[in-house]
Design a protein around this ligand. Sequence first.
Ligand SMILES: Cc1ncc(COP(=O)(O)O)c(C=O)c1O
Length: 473
Amino acid sequence: MGRRGLRYEQVAGHIRDQVRRGVLRPGERIPSVRSLSRRLGVSVSTVVQGYGLLQDERLIESRPQSGYYVRAPARRPPAPAMSRPESYPVPVTVSELALQVVQAYRTSGVIQMGTALPRTDFPGVAQLHRTLATLARRPDSRLRDYDMPPGNDALRLQIARRAVDAGVAVSPDDAVVTNGCQEALVLCLRAVAEAGDTVAIESPAFFGILQAVESLGLKALEIPTDPKHGISLDALRLALEQWPLKAVLLTPNFSNPLGYCMADARKEELVTLLEAAGVPLIEDDINGDLNYQGNRPKAAKAWDRSGNVLLCSSLSKTLDPGLRIGWTLPGRFRDKLIHLKLVNSMASATLPAYAAAEYLESGGHDRHLRTIRKAYRERRDRFLELAQRLFPEGVRVTSPEGGFIAWIELSHGIDAVQLYHQAIQRGVSIAPGPLFSPSGKYGCFIRLNFGQVGFEDMAKGLSILSGLLSKPG
Ligand SMILES: Cc1ncc(COP(=O)(O)O)c(C=O)c1O
């Protein structure tokens, strides 16, 4: 670090220290840039840089025409407790409500907090689209062919390279390209289970997974799941003894809707447990790249020694869901997967696969990931501040460390489906809790997407919801 770098960090450290000692208190104005530059004998730009650092840390904020102030410490609403679903397998029927919620997305003028769509106004997404446009003009017949399974070679090479960040060592031959993560999940379920079989899922679980289970005539066994640590391994152990499970389907990294991220040791324990039981793990890792801090969490597949883990993912949450670029690393089920992919949809779209491969190879994706992680983290912080301020006492909200989804427990007596209808009428879309359970649980929970809306719409949406929560009916 150069001398200049050292100086602006010293400026930041000076203010941090005063806040820690209570000399500067929340809401108070901190010294102006000029006065601190005189007092510490450093340049004005050094102080500005130091204050920039403190703003990034959300310790201070700048108020236009007024100066810099110590921010109020972020108070957070309490989180919901471990879920307690039914302890027996049930058939699944969530598709009608799911369809309504998804279709609300088509209504313009609605503040969209009900679906799990990402923001797509990032420079990285524009770069991918430019690559797509360039390729579309190229007179190369390969760009117009069917892209038969296992799919585009160059894309599978990039998938294998990026899997290293998740601790997964695979070759391009281990990957099968699919139409989004959803197709990957359906094909993996079909590879390991047949109608009438039971699969274990986290509870609450993403409704796309529930609908896949429903459409294949499978039964779902919901496993109690903690919003911070993930599924209860003890409950899973019992379930394995009690039921003839054909698979376990989980989202160990930033699940939808709970947002939990399982610790490495628990992932390892999970993989070892399922390998010993001979039950495949279908791992949905679609949100794995959306961590706010530190390194990307490992996938459970990082501990897979026997090909028992079928990892599914896509570019839908990190880049553009419209391109439908997904894949699976199906381990020992690879041949079956390739056949099922052919039967199910013949091939995946050729041009987006080439464009994604070229974009990923160009090297800008890591920068893009840093940008979106920061953007979603800022939104999470703002969302929790607003939730704490606006929601009535007793409402519980998860505080995820990645992704852009929050799971909210409302006061007992509130009907989330009714709230969904009221909110849509007032121009806000939300996802009601019963969508996330095959046994009709979570009647007083909702899921909100805090990542896609602007700050202004977020505040507006939450104040409309809080109005409805304060006087239901
Ligand atoms: C957890 C999870 N898995 C899978 C999917 C489906 O992803 P894709 O759009 O890539 O098919 C979603 C989309 O919302 C999701 O949230």
